[in-house]
Write a protein of this length. Sequence first.
Length: 366
Amino acid sequence: MNQLRHFIGLMSGTSADAIDAALVGFESDGTAQLICTHTLELPADLKTSIIAAQTRADTTIRDVCEQDVALSLLYAAAVETLIEKANVPASKIEAIGNHGQTLLHAPEADHPFTLQIGDNHRLAELLGITVVGDFRRRDIAAGGQGAPLVPAFHRTLVSQTETAAFLNVGGIANVSVIAPDRVSGFDTGPGNTLSDAWIRKHQQQAFDAGGAWASTGAVNESLLERMLADPYFSRPAPKSTGQDYFNLTWLENLEVEKLAPIDVQRTLVELTARSASDALTASGCERVYLCGGGRHNDLLTERLGSLVAPAVVADTSTLGIDADFMEAVAFAWLAKQCLDRASGNVPAVTGAASERVLGVIYPRAD
């Protein structure tokens, strides 16, 4: 009988709204089975401090250290609830793959770097489970962008007999293209991060549920043109970005305060749809699989469907992976790859010199 290997993946994205935890069983051929999931919302004060660390220069090292510990406690709580729900003992979990919380991502800096926090030493101690973390820095050390890393996992989900694409819309949107002769991928630009920040400022809401507020506005074509003129959108892949670049300061530099807030919100949705669909259309994909929190924005999914037609748009649940937990599942897979000393990156995607085993292992205490 095929014995599953159990791993847990943890993901907290650039939006800093919640921790997604996924318990995944891997068959001997590498096929992933999503067994159980859990989402733990971040406390409002921690979310506020994380966003400040991503976007403001007055954050102190002490602030970051306190966030590092606070996140590890929440990661541990998420895992404890997950394994209780699944009724799987901790001793059955080979490892936890923890992406961590990105504060800064600067692969184009003079000294390229990326910073994810969430104390993995403490997490291993609290749970008695081996943790694998710090996935991105090895790829950067090898000359890559350190992101996106999920295309390597996406490649395992589809046959390469047609050109299929995965579009993940989190705080930042990223695309993976799986074709018969190639695998490619990059961050297309802002996903939810700008629209979330704008509605927080003007409506005191965490996000625009279903795109309802944006739906009552109108696209400001002049603003959209100025947004798309940002050099990031025309830069060739490999490329990646983060909330430290696409944030309220970036938006306010476009003189949006002179415009109706509701029209700015509508234009931000169009920016996400247009920048993502441009990448998808250029890839020649026949099918697009959506995942990430942005797929719950009805206006965004409607615009994407129109812009990428005749490509078929589907939810990744059709592949057996809950679209809200795709990245958590991917980091469970990356943990397995690390323990197996197998590569976790796609050099054509990240720009790394070659394939690398990604991640640092934090062993459980015996």
